[in-house]
Unconditional design. Structure first.
Length: 556
């Protein structure tokens, strides 16, 4: 029997025995047991919640009965009969507070409100909802009660009871109870360990809710007839966690069994696995980069053929790797050349434009030539110095220079860059809105490179002409530089890739400009964003951390 067949049969036998037979059967029984235990616990909790509501009914009825027998209600009845009663909220609260009621109305025989603690604005008006309870005095009911609080008038479910009081031939009714509000929901949530929601029938939103139920959850409903219901959501996360813990234990046993099976296979097949071990060691050397590894063990049959194939493979791999390394070096230098050419292209454009402007002014004998020369010469010298730095950094490291941070005024830098575009091509107009004193910690050369790239892209996005606007502002703790054009904008499907290297939508573009600009922004602790609408133009925003001391305005 082949070594592969023997090891495979041993592994399959042990794995099938544990996974197919033992684990599913045990997990199924355990899940059933845990589910039944949780259902039983939920049933006990629901019974406790129902008993709590029944105690609340009894407490409400007792409190209203005690109120109907108290001297305080007699004083109210006397005042009503003798027309000396002056209802106010304080007198109602004095009747409610000792009895732990938050709903209380005193009604006459026709249901007219004589005194109300929960809705003082109802005085003198009939309250048919509360008056309906007088039909069955001493039998607490759940109904919708109109209450007045800081949130304004609203209807909430309440557990109320009614008791009469006769003063001579005059009968009045004391109707009191408790609102099924957030306080009740919070108590029931703590009692049940679930999320409790009080809902009015027919409404999607809960009038009161408390507690949390981590998903997944199971919901139970307790009717609060005839107007509301109580929904309790019980989390099943603990049940799932227990099942997961048992599953981990079974997999641990499975791993131990698998390990024993592998060790047994190794011990039994030790004599015939020496060539395989030699192959493994040689493969490890190859993976570590030693392409000269060779298996010297003699073997026959299939293992021998494998050893010969491995030796041929390493020889071929060594030759192929040497060719691949050479190709990668060429590709790396090609990428450096592409990046260097791209980085040189942007600053050369404004230098050329400045020189053309100076040449035109000189040819025309313009009196502004001296001022233009002075302004452009400084900017061009700065660009030439930046070109020298970029070339030097690329030649040494083949990557972008590290930012040399210093204090910079973003508006001043933008104005300096825009001065290089004093004479844009025909049909293109440049404008700016630069908020003064927007300070950042930045590398002036690299930010200049980013802005030149964005202005150049904006100009190229408008082949038929249009307006390019550069804005600088401070928004909270961030400094924002925006370049907006009136081109076709960036399609939504391109926005997720526009900052990727070598992705471009321009004919002949290298796809490095925006990638480099985005990387510069990231190395400054900021970001480069794209916005605008397709067909109406694009907005590229450089967002950097603002330095303390700059102007503060709200972002527009």
């Amino acid at each position: 029997m082949r070594l592969r067949t023997a090891i495979a049969l041993a592994f399959i036998a042990l794995s099938v025995l544990q996974v197919v037979v033992v684990v599913p059967f045990a997990l199924s029984n355990l899940n059933d047991l845990l589910s039944k235990q949780q259902d039983a616990r939920i049933d006990r909790v629901m019974d406790a919640v129902a008993a709590s509501l029944e105690r609340t009914r009894a407490d409400v009825d007792h409190a209203v009965h005690e109120l109907s027998q108290s001297p305080a209600i007699e004083e109210v009845a006397k005042g009503v009969k003798e027309a000396t009663f002056r209802p106010d909220r304080k007198s109602a609260e004095e009747l409610m507070a000792p009895r732990r009621l938050n709903v209380l109305s005193v009604l006459d025989e026709r249901g007219r409100t004589l005194l109300s603690g929960h809705n003082p604005g109802r005085l003198g008006d009939p309250d048919q909802a509360l008056h309906s309870v007088t039909a069955a005095p001493g039998a607490p009911s759940i109904l919708l009660v109109e209450v007045q609080d800081d949130a304004g008038p609203r209807r909430v479910p309440a557990l109320v009871s009614a008791r009469p009081f006769d003063y001579g031939e005059r009968r009045i009714w004391a109707v009191g109870g408790v609102k099924l509000d957030a306080q009740v929901a919070e108590y029931l949530a703590k009692l049940s360990g679930a999320r409790a929601e009080v809902r009015v029938l027919g409404e999607s939103e809960a009038v009161a809710a408390a507690g949390e139920a981590e998903p997944p959850s199971v919901e139970r409903v307790l009717p609060l007839a005839p107007v509301a219901e109580l929904r309790l959501s019980f989390s099943r996360s603990e049940l799932l966690a227990a099942g997961a813990e048992v599953l981990r234990a079974f997999f641990l046993f499975f791993t131990i069994g698998l390990t024993l099976a592998v060790l047994s296979g190794l011990l039994i097949s030790r004599r015939i696995t020496r060539p395989v071990e030699a192959l493994t060691q040689a493969a490890s050397k190859v993976s570590a980069g030693s392409w000269d590894a060779k298996v010297e063990v003699r073997a026959s049959g299939e293992v021998g053929a494998l050893v010969e194939a491995f030796n041929r493979m390493t020889a071929d791999l060594r030759r192929t790797t040497q060719k691949l390394v050479a190709s990668e070096r060429v590709a790396a230098w090609q990428e450096v050349a592409r990046r260097l050419a791209h980085e040189l292209k942007n600053p050369l454009t404004p230098i050329k434009m400045s020189l053309e402007t100076l040449m035109a002014a000189s040819a025309e004998g313009s009196p502004k030539f001296s001022g233009l020369f002075k302004e452009s010469a400084g900017a061009m010298l700065e660009e030439v110095e930046r070109l020298r730095r970029i070339v030097d950094e690329f030649s040494r490291f083949a990557r972008l220079p590290k930012p040399q941070l210093s204090r910079a005024d973003l508006s001043e830098l933008a104005a300096q860059v825009l001065s290089l575009y004093a004479a844009p091509r025909d049909g293109v107009a440049l404008s700016s809105k630069l908020e003064p004193n927007v300070l950042v910690e930045a590398d002036r050369d690299q930010l200049t490179q980013v802005l030149l790239n964005l202005v150049k892209n904006a100009e190229e996005a408008m082949p038929s002409g249009g307006r390019v606007e550069v804005r600088v502002r401070r928004a909270g703790a961030e400094a924002v530089l925006e370049v907006e054009d009136q081109g076709q904008g960036v399609r939504p499907e391109d926005r997720s890739r526009i900052f990727e290297p070598y992705f471009t939508t321009k004919q002949g573009g290298t796809g490095l400009g925006l990638a480099i600009a985005a990387r510069i922004c990231q190395e400054h602790g900021g970001r480069l964003e794209v916005g605008g609408e397709v067909g109406r133009g694009a907005i590229f925003s450089v967002v950097l951390p603002a330095r303390a001391g700059g102007a503060r305005t709200e972002s527009s």
